[in-house]
Structures are given as structure tokens and as C-alpha cells.
Design a protein around this ligand. Structure first.
Ligand SMILES: *[C@@H]1O[C@H](CO)[C@@H](O)[C@H](O)[C@H]1NC(C)=O
Ligand SMILES: *[C@@H]1O[C@H](CO)[C@@H](O)[C@H](O)[C@H]1NC(C)=O
Ligand SMILES: *[C@@H]1O[C@H](CO)[C@@H](O)[C@H](O)[C@H]1NC(C)=O
Ligand SMILES: *[C@@H]1O[C@H](CO)[C@@H](O)[C@H](O)[C@H]1NC(C)=O
Length: 409
């Protein structure tokens, strides 16, 4: 059975069952199986496919990064009633292998983007390079290997920077609240540690915070780390890490064949046992997610898990690092340099295997001198990685306290 049916769950929150013989793919969330459904063409955009159908005004924007990537952004400037926003702008930054639809997937009373719009916030949704609605580039195509030559170093230096600046400019230089999930928190921590974005940010809410990855307890994730650090796939020419593609299925198949790895419940093996997902929404999820990232980005994350540090991408030898960074080892992002008066709301879960409690505690140790009235830390015992964005009670558990925090800043 296990030879013919390989069940795979990957880094964020989805499982892949690749029936190798028949070449069909069935995906499951919380044990509920679904199938990929053809998605609307990218030209339709997220506003049309996810927001307007719920009765909300939504505008599409594009932002071009300094290195030429053309990113889509969506703005929800009004509540459903048509009442214009009277609260500050909020930028929503999704995590790894996801896109801006993250914030729109549940029913409007459960999804953060709709909730914020109802509460009067001017909501902006970011989509990083390589995701379905952000595949444009001034000179490259996603078919070019060079298009995928980046890691979260570039997401931080270019994508998030461009998105924050765009919202700031479009809203009359208003400072904004930043909300990140998963990798969307790492890019924020890294930027703040270099004093970037800080002048445009009112506060930051960081859900399922990812900074240190050194303690990640999932054995399957550890196997994935080993596989990425072998680096074969990258050098064999797999520049795009496409979770729906055959190469990734093969990689996961190899991981599952390693002794001691139990691939029968990979969702919880990778991300932790999410308490509060609505399994009836699996098909809607799979219509839109998961999304591609750069293989180089996955290798970078694997390096962090291996070394337990937060540093820039390691080219693997002193000469290449010297060429890129002017020093033999990759520069470190120093979390103790996050400005102490920057209002931060951190929410982490006791069951999260990616944002592991030990790693979060390590990060909190770096923030121990943060101004005490500027740091709120929330611990939710039963939450795993996906509950923060897809949990049906995240509204009450996370978003209400988060908005209370926003009102103070
Ligand atoms: C949100 O709406 C759905 C569908 O209308 C309902 O089943 C659910 O209980 C609501 N959730 C909350 C938190 O109000
Ligand atoms: C693998 O995990 C499943 C469910 O978590 C369990 O039922 C099964 O016994 C495990 N298999 C092995 C070989 O440990
Ligand atoms: C779960 O999702 C289904 C399908 O979209 C929906 O009808 C139902 O109201 C949702 N339940 C909750 C508690 O949100
Ligand atoms: C981080 O910065 C602090 C001072 O702010 C310094 O003491 C520490 O050594 C630095 N850590 C690293 C890893 O560079």
C-alpha cells in the first residue's frame, strides 16, 4: 500500500497523496480529501475571484520591485455596507507556499481580511513573487531559471519593502499595521532587525512567528532539511519549487522511504495537529493553494534549520560568499537589533511544529529588553501552524486581541 500510495504533507498545511501508478493526485486536509480544481485565469485576479463575490469593494494594484518583479496587491477600502475605512491601513503578508488568498479562504466572519474591513481598516493584501498572481517581471519569465534565483533575503529586501512602501504612498504617507503569518513574519523580523520598514510601520502582528528554526521537532521536516541540503535538486535544474509538480512528489517519496518516517499522517507530522480547521473547505483551499516558491528559498530555510541561526543564504564556500557579501560567511540578521519601541504582537501555538515553542522562546529571549508596553505575546496551547489563519475560532482567539492591540498603537 505504502509503495503505491504515497501520502505527503508539506511544509504549510496540506497533504499530497500521490497515487504513483495512476498519476492522479488527491490532497487532504485534516483527513478530508479533495481534488485540484482548475482555477480561474490569473487575469481575473484575487478581487474578482475571492472578494467581490462576497459583496466587498476591492481594487487590484501592481507594484514593481527594484529587481523587476511585478507583484499584485489587493485593496479593500470599505466595509460590506459601503462605509469607507476610518482606521489605519493594514498590510497582510502571507507565508511560504501560500499567497494573499490565505486571508480570504474562510467565510467572511472567519477570514482576517474581511474582518478587518468590517472593523473599518483599510485592508491591503500582498502577494510575493512566484505566486500565481505575481508572476510578472520586467524582463524575465517564470520559465527562465533566473526568475527563481532568490530566497527570503530578496522577499525581505525587495517584495515586502516595495509592498509596505506602496501602501504608505497610496494612503497619504500613513503608517500601517503589518500582519504576517509564518514566512511573512520572518521577512518582517529580518527587516526590523536592520531598521528597515520601521518608519512606515505603526505596529506588527506576527502570527505563528518564524525566526529561529533550529529546534524544529518534526522528523519529517528534518528529513526534508537533509534532502534540501544535499542540494541535488537545485543543481539538477529544479529552480522552481512547485508543490503540485512531479519533482516535489519524488522528493517527498524519497523522504517517506527513509526508515522511521511515518508518512501516513504527514499533515500533523510536518506542521503539528491543527485543532480548528474546517475540513469542509478543503476543495476551496485546493482550488487556490499551494503555490510555488524558489527551490533556493527552501534550501535557505533548510540551512537555518541545520545551523540554528538566522543568516543570509549560504553559498556554501568562502569564495562565493565573498563575491556576494564581501565576507566569507553569510551576514547574520541580529534579532536583538529590532527597535525596542516598535509595537509587536506575537501569537504562537503549543502544537505548532514549524514555529516550535523552543524556537519562539529563543526569539523571545532576544526580545527580552523590548519596551514592556510595546510587546504582547500570546500563547495558544491547542494551536498549530495553520490554525492562526484558517482556524474557525481564530476570530475570537487571535484577531480580537490583535485588533485591541492595534487600537492602542
Ligand atoms: C461564521 O459563519 C459560518 C457560516 O455562516 C458559521 O457556520 C460560523 O459559525 C460563523 N463563525 C463565527 C465565529 O461566527
Ligand atoms: C503511523 O502513524 C499512524 C497515524 O498517526 C499510525 O496509525 C501508524 O501505526 C503509524 N505507523 C507506524 C509504522 O508507526
Ligand atoms: C465550514 O465550511 C463549510 C463549507 O464552506 C460551511 O458551510 C460551514 O459553515 C463552515 N463551518 C464553520 C463552522 O465555519
Ligand atoms: C547582536 O547584536 C548585539 C548587540 O546589539 C551583540 O552583542 C551580539 O553579539 C550580536 N549577535 C550576533 C550574532 O552578531
Amino acid at each position: 500500500m505504502l509503495n503505491s500510495l504515497i501520502s505527503l504533507c508539506f511544509v504549510t498545511l496540506f497533504c499530497v497523496s500521490a497515487a504513483a501508478a495512476s498519476r492522479t493526485k488527491i490532497y487532504s486536509i485534516n483527513g478530508h480529501e479533495g481534488k485540484f480544481v482548475s482555477s480561474p485565469p490569473a487575469a481575473d485576479g484575487i478581487c474578482r475571484s475571492m472578494v467581490q463575490s462576497q459583496g466587498y469593494i476591492c481594487h487590484e494594484h501592481t507594484v514593481t520591485t527594484q529587481d523587476g518583479y511585478i507583484l499584485s496587491m489587493q485593496r479593500m477600502p470599505k466595509a460590506r455596507s459601503g462605509k469607507p475605512a476610518d482606521m489605519p491601513p493594514v498590510l497582510l503578508q502571507h507565508g511560504l507556499l501560500m499567497d494573499g488568498i490565505t486571508w480570504l479562504l474562510n467565510s467572511p466572519n472567519e477570514s482576517l481580511a474581511f474582518i478587518l474591513a468590517e472593523k473599518g481598516y483599510d485592508v491591503w493584501i500582498a502577494n510575493t513573487r512566484g505566486t500565481k498572481y505575481s508572476l510578472g517581471h520586467t524582463s524575465l519569465s517564470p520559465n527562465d531559471p533566473a526568475y527563481w534565483e532568490w530566497t527570503w533575503d530578496e522577499l525581505m529586501a525587495y517584495d515586502v519593502t516595495a509592498s509596505v512602501k506602496f501602501v504608505h504612498d497610496q494612503t497619504g504617507q500613513q503608517k500601517l499595521h503589518y500582519v504576517g503569518h509564518s514566512l511573512g513574519t520572518l521577512v518582517a523580523f529580518a527587516a526590523f532587525s536592520q531598521d528597515k520598514l520601521v518608519s512606515m510601520i505603526r505596529s506588527a502582528a506576527l502570527l505563528s512567528p518564524i525566526a529561529y528554526l533550529g529546534q524544529m521537532p518534526s522528523q519529517l521536516a528534518r528529513s526534508a532539511v537533509d534532502a534540501f541540503l544535499a542540494e541535488d535538486i537545485y543543481w539538477l535544474g529544479l529552480h522552481e519549487f512547485a508543490p503540485r509538480g512531479g519533482a516535489v512528489a519524488k522528493l517527498l517519496e524519497d523522504i517517506c522511504q527513509k526508515p522511521g518516517n511515518n508518512c501516513s499522517n504527514l499533515m500533523s507530522s510536518f506542521t503539528g495537529q491543527n485543532c480548528c480547521l474546517n475540513s469542509s473547505r478543503t476543495d476551496i483551499f485546493l482550488e487556490h493553494e499551494p503555490q510555488s516558491t524558489a527551490t533556493k528559498n527552501m534550501i535557505h530555510l533548510a540551512q537555518m534549520a541545520r545551523k540554528g541561526t538566522i543568516a543570509m543564504y549560504d553559498y556554501g564556500n568562502e569564495d562565493d560568499n565573498m563575491n556576494h557579501y564581501g565576507q566569507p560567511t553569510p551576514p547574520v540578521y541580529n534579532m536583538t537589533k529590532i527597535p525596542k519601541d516598535l509595537p509587536l504582537f506575537l501569537s504562537y501555538g503549543g502544537k505548532d511544529l514549524l514555529s516550535d515553542v523552543k524556537d519562539v522562546k529563543h526569539l523571545l529571549g532576544n526580545l527580552k529588553d523590548h519596551d514592556s508596553d510595546k510587546l504582547v505575546v500570546q500563547y495558544i496551547k491547542d494551536y498549530a501552524h495553520a490554525d492562526f489563519v484558517f482556524g474557525i475560532q481564530a476570530n475570537r482567539d487571535v484577531y480580537d486581541p490583535m485588533m485591541a492591540f492595534f487600537r492602542l498603537h
